[in-house]
Design a protein around this ligand. Structure first.
Ligand SMILES: Nc1nc2c(c(=O)[nH]1)N[C@H]1C(S)=C(S)[C@@H](COP(=O)(O)O)O[C@H]1N2
Ligand SMILES: [Mo]
Length: 303
């Protein structure tokens, strides 16, 4: 069940570093069902399907979307077999710090926090900057609902997100000299956009660890690296926050990172994408096909 990856399409973000590159191909676990594991999280799966979001392509098979990942904290050099590396990663209990320009800075227990929201399922396209793409059913709720609940101050113009920093549980962190922990950010209107989701589930089940358990952000009109996994901090800021890939290689990965077929990556075209696992080529869609929801936020210069 290896996923075929023609060499010329394999242009990983990690080439930002001087590390020597190698490809660590592994068999996808036959026992894919083991990967999600039990969850103590609140909320029920599957969430109610939101019929507004339909696809122009087949839903990616679950084995492919949960067996082909980017999660550098577990292995910066592999995309397959990451589930094997997550056994030490503890996802419960899980605390999220909401801080910065909000009414009250506070640590929330994730189980308690999730009880306040109604889960729904949405089919979204997902596009990695490396050109692989998938389409999956996420379970979660709009980030806007959480933002409204915590009451940002008028000075809050952006949100900075940070991933868990647990080198003992995340074996990839020691393998590459990156500016850990992973960090990302959104402008407040992007964070409030109805498309932006807090995600805790995939394929009607709790999110597998390799896909960002227990909680991640999904921003479907931006390149995949904006959809930060295993979030522990939401910091409301007045200024544009730095982002992990921009910090590593600023001329290739901007803050906005909106999917834009006409804007080539400095090292490869973005005009086409390849669907995993078939590697069928498709034209890349502007804003990944979510133009009607998001184009109004931009003046066309944000990449
Ligand atoms: N913390 C963290 N979040 C991350 C990443 C990562 O390495 N670490 N990789 C990003 C990239 S490059 C992509 S394409 C998506 C992949 O999500 P998936 O593995 O669920 O498909 O996660 C994004 N979020
Ligand atoms: Mo990516």
């Amino acid at each position: 069940m290896l996923i075929r990856r023609p060499k010329d399409w394999e242009m990983p973000e990690r080439e930002a570093t001087p590390e020597s590159v190698y490809y660590n191909r592994r068999q996808i676990l036959a026992a894919a069902g083991l990967l999600a594991g039990p969850s103590l999280l609140g909320g029920s799966y599957p969430g109610k399907k939101n019929e507004e979001f339909t696809l122009d392509r087949a839903v990616t098979p679950e084995w492919a979307a949960t067996g082909y990942n980017n999660y550098y904290e577990f292995d910066p050099y592999a995309k397959e077999g990451l589930a094997n590396l997550t056994s030490k990663f503890m996802i419960s209990p899980w605390m999220i710090s909401v801080q910065g320009q909000v009414k009250e800075s506070k640590q929330y227990d994730l189980d308690d926090l999730l009880k306040k929201f109604q889960f729904e399922e949405r089919l979204y396209r997902f596009r990695c900057v490396e050109r692989w793409a998938m389409a999956v059913p996420w379970t979660g709720f709009p980030l806007s609902e959480l933002i409204k609940m915590v009451e940002p101050k008028p000075a809050a113009k952006y949100i900075r997100f940070v991933t868990a920093n647990r080198p003992k549980e995340m074996p990839g962190m020691a393998k590459a000299p990156y500016p850990w922990p992973y960090f990302e950010g959104l402008r407040m209107d992007e964070a409030m956009n109805p498309l932006t989701m807090v995600v805790t589930g995939l394929y009607g089940k709790p999110l597998p660890k390799q896909n960002g358990a227990p909680v991640r952000i999904v921003v479907p009109w931006k390149y995949g690296y904006k959809s930060i996994k295993s979030v522990v901090t939401m910091d409301f800021t007045s200024n544009e926050p730095p982002t992990f890939w921009n910090r590593l290689i600023s001329n290739e990965y901007g803050f906005y990172s909106n999917v834009e077929p006409k804007k080539a990556h400095p090292r490869w075209s973005q005009a086409q994408e390849q669907l995993i696992p078939t590697m069928e080529r498709r034209p890349t869609l502007q804003y990944n096909g979510y133009e009607k929801y998001v184009a109004g936020m931009y003046n066309g210069k944000e990449f």
